[in-house]
Design a protein around this ligand. Structure first.
Ligand code: SF4
Ligand code: SF4
Length: 113
């Protein structure tokens, strides 16, 4: 579930507002978006993946909110951690480049017409 918008990191691009499929965020004129409907969060991590400055933290629990500390998240590198995991962002290798589908296809029968 989405737990944190880092106001100090946010550049107010509102990408998270646009990409969230369940409209969890509200845009705020001249400020960082706010988490307005946390219980609607689907824990899909899309907002964290798209945030260009790693200002968001989505905790890996879909059924409950958990307390977080921005200092701890910052120190552990968890802010924007999903974006790093999937290799999005400058200087990273997108996880799609390590896609093992061709390997799987080579060892299992193709099921395409
Ligand atoms: S995507 Fe990141 S930088 Fe952009 S508004 Fe959302 S939290 Fe701020
Ligand atoms: S994790 Fe998904 S559903 Fe939750 S706030 Fe981010 S984009 Fe929206």
């Amino acid at each position: 579930m989405i737990e944190l918008v880092s106001v100090s990191r946010c550049i107010e691009c509102n990408l998270c507002v646009k990409v969230c499929p369940t409209h969890v965020f509200d845009e705020v004129e001249g400020a960082a978006p706010v988490i307005a409907r946390q219980s609607d969060c689907q824990t899909c991590f899309i907002c964290e993946a798209y945030c260009p400055v790693d200002a968001l933290y989505v905790a890996p629990f879909a059924d409950r909110s958990v307390p977080v500390s921005e200092d701890d998240l910052e120190e552990s590198g968890a802010l924007g951690g999903w974006r790093a995991t999937i290799g999005w962002g400058p200087g990273r290798t997108p996880i799609a480049k390590t896609d093992s589908t061709p390997l799987l296809e080579s060892i299992s029968p193709r099921r395409r017409g």
